[in-house]
Design a protein around this ligand. Sequence first.
Ligand code: CP
Length: 312
Amino acid sequence: MILKSKDLLGLKDLTAEEIEYILDTARTMKYVITSNNKRTPHLQGKSIVTLFYENSTRTRLSFELASKYMSASSANIASSVSSVAKGETLIDTGKTIDMMGTDVIVIRHPQSGAPHLLAKHVKASVINAGDGMNEHPTQALLDLFTMREKKGTLKGLKVAILGDIYHSRVARSNTWGLLKMGAEVALAGPATLLPPKIEMAGAKIYSTVHEALIDADVVISLRMQLERQKKALFPSVREYFRFFGLDENRLRLAKKDVLIMHPGPVNRGVELTSSVADNEQSAINEQVTNGVAVRMALLYLLTRRGAHETTD
Ligand code: CP
């Protein structure tokens, strides 16, 4: 099997079979991360560039380590210290990177659709590492991987996603992916932070966390994205936590063996308490490890796809 597209722009575009294939490949890659010799030849002779117009710790570092673990040449461009700061357009920057023989460009951008625009203008594969309020497909894939690993299957799971749904590209990508894989999605947050129903077709949307949490197998607590809120959308962080924060009392509404997840970075005491974040049922740290495995799988599958096309 090969992935249909040269790019990974969103989970909206992937089939359930492609998602399953990526997760299966990531399972093999996870052995490399946990082994003593983190070096494979999968990306020998390939070059990967990460181009980040927004801050990142997990996504950027995991792509960089994934590239190194698989023997690729890798480089990073931060927009603040590149010619972007001199006014260069995204397309010109992308073409410049492309002309240096780059195989994969990993981009994070504050504008929804920026990776899609870039993908149309470069030969390299483009991976969306988060675009505005649209998608964060590699985060959702690592979330699906973590759920599948812990629960055995995604089919039939009830997944509650809590918090700032409106601004969350993580919520959008997870909703697309989970529905395709046969899970039930329950979204809950303040009314001012919920998207229009039509945008999340297939998911159940609640304005209290209680309804979403009842009998949930998995709960994903989302980061409050204050940087994307142009005006106050809730009275105060304290009020937010009182009505929507995840604490041990609220967690009791979910199934006993509920899996606790958060994409990070976590704002302790805002989205969830430290006791919930550090609970033995929390997979937050493991999500980070799984992020490297999933990104290794994607880099491998997208570059292998290119080789397949030229030898066919
Ligand atoms: N979850 C996530 O995207 O984290 P970073 O912003 O640190 O990459």
